[in-house]
Design a protein around this ligand. Structure first.
Ligand SMILES: Cc1cc2nc3c(=O)[nH]c(=O)nc-3n(C[C@H](O)[C@H](O)[C@H](O)COP(=O)(O)OP(=O)(O)OC[C@H]3O[C@@H](n4cnc5c(N)ncnc54)[C@H](O)[C@@H]3O)c2cc1C
Ligand SMILES: NC(=O)c1ccc[n+]([C@@H]2O[C@H](COP(=O)([O-])OP(=O)(O)OC[C@H]3O[C@@H](n4cnc5c(N)ncnc54)[C@H](O)[C@@H]3O)[C@@H](O)[C@H]2O)c1
Length: 479
């Protein structure tokens, strides 16, 4: 077996693995990355990028139709084939040459194949041809293997060959009828996308729509999905599934009703890609999420770092936050701390230190690209209250802001800020409305910076922008 030594070996070349390898290379260490599919991972080819491309054209069309003058210029329907072609290009036609050449420029060595930890600091790579290579890491091995779609234990589901988010994101045609099990982020975005592309969609949202967001977010998305013709079945649970010889899928609900569709998308969460990466050989459980400290070092059952601290895990696989931008934030912390430890430099792993992913706890931004868009950061009122904070919730009608009225006739939206009354800082912020995504970062800065409310009065939103909602919220709060 060929054996090579690097300072750092990363398993998984998704957005997180790529960023860690880049960070350690920039810090002067040598890095190898192991990938079994496409360099770029889930986000580039089957998740963030293609799904947002599927959503964007219909959103632009809706926006034009909200505006007199522009509305009259819209004379046709959405061109589905053009949307799918644009999606293909955003998925780089499922080819990774661009990202492979980026790795080369960054000085990172790529090994294609399945990576498996065979002993402390050693990763064995098995290529498609069965040939094995052994990579030894002088300083650290990083697991950045991501996650895959979770299939719930529903009778007949696997045999019915359902779509997961991968098949939905890469669909080459729009099914006439699409049933969706789930009510979370993937289910809501894909119901929006496929309804926009002309499918007749039924959504089985057992636990509600966007149940982890502020309640008004799920209510508004449910309302607009229904307006778009989606049958949103709150509380409905799939009992069994069957696909007949003609290809029709039937989902029998636990209460007995049968729903028929041409395709069935399952979107009920994720499972970690840790099944076959050698965890058993180092005292960890295959198939389990990995637990890490704030510098992304993997912890054993005893709460202590594995071995002398040579093993790290970042991104989806550690379950802290299943989002690309947050995984890349972890990657910057992990990459930099690996370099610092290798060079014997001080580690700043305390709260908000440069080597700690502190924001994962309570300052995570997310945009759900539904209609309306849901943009949020930090804690919901319910979570903040449950965590023992003394909070005050301030709400404002986003449509009542001059900038919103100009943005679109009949603009409907809502904004909520959650204030920690003891510290007089914002701990949560949620916006629901057309095109609110780009408003989010101001709220993220307020939450991460713990900007006192009396200072926020001096951050004056420009007139007439939708951001003026900040002033209205402060006025409602009072000073
Ligand atoms: C439908 C969908 C839409 C999403 N949209 C968004 C969005 O809009 N914004 C956002 O922030 N997040 C979004 N996410 C979440 C985002 O995709 C993930 O958080 C992100 O991809 C995680 O990155 P990662 O590098 O940890 O893992 P991944 O992207 O899963 O990459 C892991 C890589 O490791 C490889 N790998 C796994 N095991 C091995 C092994 N043993 N050997 C070698 N290689 C291996 C895999 O092939 C893969 O390339 C979405 C997720 C889904 C499912
Ligand atoms: N725009 C974005 O940021 C974006 C878009 C898509 C996905 N993502 C990320 O990808 C991850 C996966 O998304 P997801 O939607 O699969 O997971 P999710 O955790 O957001 O939602 C899963 C939903 O399925 C429900 N559920 C669980 N088991 C069920 C069952 N047996 N039957 C019916 N419903 C069931 C849950 O209550 C939950 O509401 C998320 O963590 C999300 O953050 C992000």
């Amino acid at each position: 077996m060929r054996t090579t030594t690097y300072d750092v070996v990363v398993i998984g070349a998704g957005p997180v693995g790529e960023n860690i390898a880049d960070r350690v290379a920039q810090g002067g260490l040598s890095a190898a990355i192991v990938e079994r599919e496409l360099v770029g991972g889930e986000c580039s080819y089957w998740a963030c990028m293609p799904t947002k491309a599927l959503l964007r054209s219909a959103a632009a069309l809706r926006a034009a139709r909200r505006l007199p003058g522009a509305r009259e210029a819209v004379t046709g329907d959405l061109d589905t084939a053009a949307v799918l072609r644009r999606r293909d290009s955003f998925a780089s036609n499922w080819k990774d040459d661009g990202q492979v050449s980026w790795l080369g420029q960054a000085g990172i060595s790529l090994y294609r194949g399945q990576g498996r930890i065979s002993s402390a600091r050693v990763v064995e790579v098995t290529g498609e041809d069965g040939a094995a290579t052994s990579l030894t890491a002088r300083h650290a091995v990083v697991i950045a293997t991501g996650s895959g779609a979770l299939l719930p234990d529903v009778a007949g589901l696997r045999e019915a060959a359902p779509w997961t988010s991968r098949e939905a994101a890469a669909a080459s045609a729009v099914p006439g009828r699409l049933a969706i099990i789930g009510g979370g982020v993937v289910a809501s975005e894909m119901a929006t996308a496929f309804a926009g592309l002309g499918a007749s969609v039924t959504m089985l949202a057992r636990d509600g729509v966007l149940p982890l967001a502020e309640p008004f977010a799920g209510e508004r998305v449910t309302g607009s999905l229904r307006d778009a013709g989606v049958s949103v079945r709150l509380g409905a649970e799939a009992g069994s599934v069957r696909r007949d010889d003609g290809g029709t899928v039937s989902v029998t609900l636990t209460e007995g009703e049968r729903i028929e569709a041409d395709e069935l998308l399952v979107a009920v969460g994720r499972t970690p890609n840790t099944q076959d990466i050698g965890l058993d050989d180092i005292g960890l459980t295959p198939g389990a999420w990995l637990t890490v400290d704030d510098t992304m070092r993997v912890l054993g059952d005893d709460g202590a770092p594995i071995g002398d601290g040579w093993l790290y895990a970042a991104g989806d696989v550690n379950r802290r936050v299943l989002l690309t931008h947050q995984g890349k934030y972890q990657a910057r912390a992990a990459g930099d701390v690996i370099v610092a430890r290798a060079k014997g430099e001080a580690v700043e792993g305390g709260r908000w230190g440069r080597h700690a992913a502190t924001a994962d706890e309570s300052a995570v931004p997310q945009v759900v690209f539904t209609e309306p868009e849901i943009a949020s950061v930090g804690l919901t009122a319910a979570v903040a209250a449950a965590s023992g904070l003394r909070i005050r919730v301030v709400d404002h009608d986003l449509g009542a802001v001059a900038g919103s009225a100009l943005h679109a006739d009949g603009y409907q939206g809502h904004a909520r800020m959650v204030v920690d009354e003891d510290r007089k800082v914002i701990v949560g912020f949620t916006l629901a409305g057309p095109d609110v995504a780009e408003l989010l970062h101001a709220a993220t800065i307020a939450v991460v910076g713990e900007v006192p409310l009396d200072r926020l009065w001096h951050a004056v939103p420009a007139f007439p922008t939708v951001s003026e909602v900040w002033l209205r919220l402060l006025e409602a709060y009072g000073r």
